[in-house]
Design a protein around this ligand. Structure first.
Ligand SMILES: [Zn+2]
Length: 451
């Protein structure tokens, strides 16, 4: 064969290889990382901290102080972004009236108001991936709604990150919809998240997952550790109701640490490792910090996948503290405790994960598995209704590994046997692959094949 022919064949092979969704990286993802601005984050976090307090129970009429002024400013930012992208966002307030005495942190009736911006997807408009931050802040007394409560890291950082992600991603079109939301009422009992999860249920939204950002700007732990690379992705092991049959099956076939929130966490970890290898994401195998809460939980309660993204090293002197100096220690969640470049990196982690999921295809359905007493493993599934799916990828891992370790692209089939792979020694999952190479989250099989 002539060398030029060989080259032509190799070239053809290369392109068809890419065409079946095997291209390893998407250059648009690197553009998104570069577009996130530490300067804009700094300016927005300072602005949010400047409202004095953003406590859920604080003043709503002033233009300069309190949560009313803060949420109007946030809505104004989304409105501006919407003008820049020629109407790509639907921006609105989502209100939840919480009645006096709902718990001890609600001493009077209060409107817990979320600020929502929806970027509609082109081919899957009813599938939603959500990024959230919180509007509200607090100090030592959870019901003190008048004194200075800048909440610079908790959680102006997550709120500013959400606004910045909207700025960057609104320059692109996606297949699935993306929601950017400022949630309120977090410190009073996760009321904003509960309200939006209920609203999603009423609207029949299909939620792919929520990336809840709560404290993404602190790099100096209370123990003195300084680390601007590491962050945590919290996810609970199982989200949503398993049927009685699935629970019994789980005892004999596994899947105790493979719920939908965990798969979302693994997706974010994989996007980060692929596109931002300088970062050090930690998959934390628990709902949240020990005994503590966050706004992904009400979504988990409603059966939706959701994770918390946050810094690795917390500084408790700067959380929920009255601003003061005591025994030479400075307390308070002030702007000096926020590292804007780190907030930029964690915002980029969110933005690329949202982009990957919203460019990615719908998941395979009815994923089932079999292979007992055979030296092979068979997976079978049905196709989603999504024209962009060009094939499927099977992932597997050692039973004790936190992340998927091995994968095989199997093309456009819905039944595949991995020869020589013994089912007993691994966990398995399947994802869809789109024409541009982006993948869905992995689906863990919960149906057992009997043959
Ligand atoms: Zn807090």
């Amino acid at each position: 064969m002539k060398r030029s022919h060989l080259n032509a064949i190799l070239l053809l092979f290369f392109f068809s290889f890419n065409a079946i969704g095997q291209s390893s990286t998407d250059p648009r993802i690197y553009d998104i990382i570069d577009a996130v601005s530490a300067e804009r984050l700094e300016s927005d976090i300072k602005m949010l901290a400047s409202f004095g307090t953003r406590h859920t129970l604080s003043d709503t009429t002033s233009d300069t102080r309190g949560i009313g002024a803060a949420r109007r400013w946030i809505k104004g930012q989304f409105d501006e972004i919407n003008a820049d992208c020629e109407g790509c966002l639907e921006v609105f307030y989502q209100n939840n009236l919480i009645k006096e005495g709902e718990n001890r942190r609600i001493p009077f009736d209060v409107n817990v108001v979320n600020v929502v911006a929806i970027q509609r997807g082109t081919s899957r408009p009813n599938d939603f991936v959500i990024m959230s931050g919180d509007i509200d802040s607090r100090i030592s007394d959870p019901n003190n709604y008048t004194d200075e409560s800048p909440g610079a890291n908790d959680n102006a950082s997550g709120m500013a990150g959400t606004i910045e992600a909207a700025r960057v991603l609104s320059q692109y079109e996606f297949d699935a919809s993306i929601i950017y939301v400022g949630l309120s009422g977090e410190e009073q009992g996760l009321f904003g998240g509960r309200g939006l999860a209920e609203y999603a249920g009423e609207k029949g939204w299909n939620i792919i997952g929520i990336l809840n950002n709560d404290m993404i700007g602190n790099i100096e732990g209370v123990d003195g550790v300084i680390d601007n690379r590491t962050f945590r992705i919290f996810s609970e092991p199982i989200t949503g109701e398993l049927t009685e049959r699935q629970k019994i099956s789980m005892r004999f076939t596994g899947g105790e640490v493979d719920g939908i929130s965990r798969q979302l966490a693994r997706y974010i970890e994989r996007m980060t490792s692929t596109y931002m290898p300088e970062m050090n994401p930690l998959l934390i195998y628990r709902l949240d910090r020990f005994g503590r809460g966050g706004h992904h939980r009400p979504f988990n309660d409603a059966g939706y996948a959701g994770v918390r993204i946050m810094e690795a090293h917390e500084n408790y002197n700067r959380q929920h503290q009255d601003i003061r100096v005591e025994n030479g220690i400075e307390y308070g969640d002030v702007i000096e405790g926020v590292n804007f470049n780190y907030a930029k990196k964690l915002t980029a982690v969110n933005a690329i994960s949202l982009a990957g999921l919203a460019w990615g295809p719908d998941t395979p359905k009815e994923v089932s598995i079999g292979g007992a007493v055979r030296p092979s493993t068979r997976l079978k599934w049905t196709e989603p209704e999504d024209d962009r799916v060009v094939g499927y990828k099977i992932y597997w891992r050692d039973t004790s590994s936190p992340q998927w370790q091995y994968s095989r692209y199997v093309g456009d089939v819905t039944d595949y046997t991995l020869e020589g792979i013994v089912i007993d020694n691994f966990y398995f999952g399947v994802c869809s692959v789109a024409d541009d190479g982006h993948e869905s989250v992995v689906v863990f099989p919960r149906i057992v094949l009997r043959n």
